[in-house]
Design a protein around this ligand. Structure first.
Ligand code: GLY
Length: 291
């Protein structure tokens, strides 16, 4: 099976001065993850590598270090991972780690539950860190701007992969909405809303989480892809998100097809498969289908 990795670095409002860092970060994370697939590692290992790399990136993205700050000045993160065999794990409102996706993975691998929040999730972190280690000049500035103008930023990072053995995986991580209420949880850690995988596909969403939760977007897309063309299915689910007053973007690997769509001002997108690759902070709302 030919391996494929697809990544997003968030949909929303990606400021002009940040776009180069987003692009560089996307390409780096994409190539690290693709190398894993090339060297026979699993889709799970590839999506974790991609998301960890973006969480660690302090120059770009809304996840891990540089995650959006809530109105109390704290980075509270959500993350989820799901494999095509149905295994999944998620954390929400976790404050003491650079890599929430690794704690979501730990929930999947080491506990009998699926979603752990706040103190319960934080107890799984081996080396807890302080909030100050997650703040960056870029995100502190963004919070100040939000207080004055309500300007939002981008939402979330995510990756979906197909490995050489034909297995799918999806992983998503986010600091959530800039200026959110403490304790607010978005769609990212809600399996079937922001993150989903089956034996035939993997999906990661980015955007206004409340609308994606209400529309149960990822699961809805997975059902629609069984009987609709990708373009029709994507159009319908993003229209549903809009109906619930939201905007955003979705990456999906369906069998061997790459499907990406967004209806926000920008979306950071990258993918790689044998002999072809792509990376762009796109400002042209679109549906991209690559066979
Ligand atoms: N989509 C990420 C969030 O709303 O938190």
């Amino acid at each position: 099976m030919e391996p494929i990795i697809v990544l997003h670095g968030g949909a929303g409002n990606i400021r002009l001065e940040d776009r180069e860092a987003y692009l560089k970060g996307l390409i780096k994370a994409r190539d690290i993850a693709y190398d894993r697939l090339e060297s026979n590692q699993s889709a799970q290992q590839a999506v974790l590598a991609a998301v960890v790399n973006m969480e660690n990136n302090k120059h770009a993205f809304n996840a891990g270090k540089g995650g959006a700050i809530n109105r109390d000045g704290v980075v509270e993160s959500d993350a989820a991972i799901m494999l095509g065999n149905g295994s999944c794990g998620a954390v929400a409102a976790i404050k003491n780690t650079l890599n929430p996706i690794l704690i979501a993975q730990k929930v999947m691998a080491e506990t009998e539950t699926i979603l752990l929040v706040a103190a319960g999730a934080e107890a799984l972190v081996d080396k807890p860190i302080e909030n100050s280690e997650l703040l960056t000049p870029r995100t502190l500035k963004a919070l100040e701007r939000w207080k004055k103008t309500n300007e939002t930023g981008s939402n979330t990072v995510g990756a979906v992969a197909l490995d050489k053995d034909g297995n799918f995986a999806a992983a998503t991580s986010t600091g959530g909405r800039l200026g959110k209420m403490p304790g607010r949880v978005g769609d990212t850690p809600i399996i079937g809303a922001g993150t989903y995988a089956t034996t035939e596909m993997a999906i990661s969403c980015t955007g206004e989480g409340e609308a994606f939760i209400t529309a149960v977007t990822a699961k809805e897309l997975s059902i629609r892809l069984e009987f609709q063309k990708p373009k029709e299915a994507m159009t319908k689910v993003l229209n549903d998100v809009k109906r619930f007053n939201g905007e955003g973007g979705i990456i999906c690997l369906y069998q061997k097809q790459i499907i990406v769509a967004f209806n926000t001002a920008q979306m950071a997108i990258a993918w790689k498969k044998p002999n072809a690759n792509y990376a762009k902070v796109s400002s042209k709302a679109q549906i991209m289908i690559i066979d």
